[in-house]
Design a protein around this ligand. Structure first.
Ligand SMILES: [Zn+2]
Length: 486
């Protein structure tokens, strides 16, 4: 990989970041606030931001504007809370996969991520949830919080916690060969500052249960995939907070669930002792498409109630499934915003995921159940599984295509993440006292969810990034991306 020489670019981004530290109070006047809690648009409002927080919301006669404030005329514009992408990977997806060793910080990868982090803000994404973090992610978050680097809020999950023969050996993955190792790994990850633990598909049931047990002792959350060896029914009871990509949903709806699981688990056991046995990737793919052929709608309905009752959230990540399963469709694959990053090799990904049997039918089916899950009271969160922020907007589009209202889709990236994270006092709506993370739009997102992309300005922790500033960030990223592509 070409070494990056980011001195010039980086220094200007740092200047930008340090310039933001001494922000003036900001006043939006005459703007239409999208109140995601009440589900209404409130025209003619003013919003005052002082320091990092929203300090007043009301009509101009109701609130007092301090001298020296930066005033933004919001006439004809719409203000929404900053968006959260609840499923990203900065380790794997940025530019090219970076060499990964969990115990050795990777300076080149870290440098790439530093340069890259402002992209989220440029697309109105003020918060991210990392689904395979590393020590670099934790370091990066410290520097962002200190104002040294421009980037979004970060919630950071552990590396993938997979079985002794992991599906993706080159990813940020830890190999867990039994309950004792599971407990030790949880203790270590907790002390290193990870926010939650991410189980992956080939973890054994014994290791998975031990992981939960130790996590409970340390008051740490478990969120991620549902391992093939565990039923989603049990995972919900054990308290897994989120199910990524809806893994395990079809499996738990199948009236052949126990029989199929016994079969996969025995094959996985063979895999550990016999290198010539069926590959992990194949077992993984089968576990997703085979149960799909024996779905029991009544069992599904009960499952959704079970998830709602246990407070298990879902992060469907339909956009990544759409991109991989429609790799030749320009609407999904050729997003022009990939010019700010390294394009994903969708065809190579498609080869791994068995698109004909697994991805396309599953994607269509999963699109059809989002609304049923939502109606059953299961919390839905928007996550793209692609780094960069711009695909989050497409995830919202897909939610609306699947039958959700634009308002409910918007909630999956604003108030729902705040509730999921237990940070409703700080995030998720335009309310005095909350952190000033805001996106000013030129068009009403409740009329058409694609209007979340009509970004005029972004406020992050009280700092204003107007359109010229956002464009500057994007131009810099494009230059960097072109360097890497040379
Ligand atoms: Zn992911």
């Amino acid at each position: 990989m070409k070494t990056i020489k980011p001195a010039l670019i980086l220094s200007s981004l740092l200047l930008l970041a340090s310039g933001l530290v001494t922000a003036q109070p900001i006043v939006f006047t005459n703007v239409t606030i999208i109140d995601v809690e009440e589900g209404v648009a409130m025209p003619g409002m003013s919003v005052i931001v002082t320091g990092e927080r929203i300090t007043a919301v009301g009509t101009l006669n109701e609130i007092k504007v301090s001298d020296g404030a930066t005033t933004i005329d919001g006439r004809g514009k719409y203000l929404i809370p900053g968006l959260w992408d609840m499923h990203i990977h900065n380790v794997n997806d940025v530019y090219k996969p970076v060499p990964w060793d969990f115990h050795t910080p990777d300076p080149e990868g870290a440098e790439q991520r530093e340069i890259y982090m402002p992209i989220y803000l440029a697309f109105g994404v003020t918060g991210t949830r990392e689904l395979s973090g590393g020590l670099e992610s934790i370091e990066l978050r410290k520097r962002i919080e200190a104002g040294e680097i421009l980037g979004p809020h970060m919630v950071i999950g552990s590396p993938l916690l997979d079985g002794p023969i992991p599906i993706f050996p080159d990813a940020a993955v830890m190999r867990i060969d039994g309950p004792e190792r599971a407990r030790n790994v949880v203790t270590k990850l907790h002390s290193q500052g990870f926010d939650f633990l991410k189980p992956y598909s080939l973890l054994s049931a014994e290791s998975y249960r031990a992981l939960h047990e130790r996590a409970r002792e340390l008051e740490m959350e478990v969120a991620g995939e549902i391992p093939i060896s565990v039923s989603l029914w049990e995972a919900a009871e054990l308290g897994q907070r989120s199910v990524e990509h809806l893994t395990g949903v079809e499996f738990a709806c199948s009236n052949r669930e126990e029989e199929l699981r016994a079969h996969y688990v025995s094959r996985l056991r063979d895999l550990n002792t016999d290198p010539s046995s069926e590959g992990a990737l194949d077992i993984w793919n089968r576990s997703e498409w085979e149960p799909f052929e024996s779905l029991d709608p009544e069992r599904c309905r009960k499952l959704y109630g079970h998830l709602a009752a246990h407070g298990t959230w879902v992060v469907p990540t339909l956009i990544i499934q759409k991109m991989i399963s429609h790799a030749n469709d320009p609407r999904w694959a050729n997003n022009p915003n990939f010019r700010y990053t390294w394009p994903m090799d969708l065809e190579a990904l498609a080869d791994e995921f068995d698109p004909e049997r697994r991805l396309r039918p599953l994607h269509d089916y999963r699109m059809s159940v989002i609304n049923e899950l939502h109606d059953a009271g299961v919390g839905v969160l928007a996550g793209s599984d692609v780094s960069g922020g711009f695909t989050l907007h497409q995830e919202l589009e897909i939610f609306v295509e699947s039958g959700m209202t634009p308002l409910d889709a918007l909630r999956t990236a604003t108030i729902n993440p705040a509730r999921y994270l237990g940070r409703e006092n700080d995030l998720g709506s335009i309310t005095p006292g909350k952190i000033a993370d805001l996106v000013l739009l030129n068009k009403n997102p409740l009329d058409d969810i694609r209007n979340t992309q009509s970004i005029e300005a972004v406020v992050f922790r009280g700092h204003l990034l107007d359109r010229p500033n956002l464009d500057r960030i994007l131009r810099q990223l494009e230059v960097e991306a072109n360097h890497l592509k040379d």
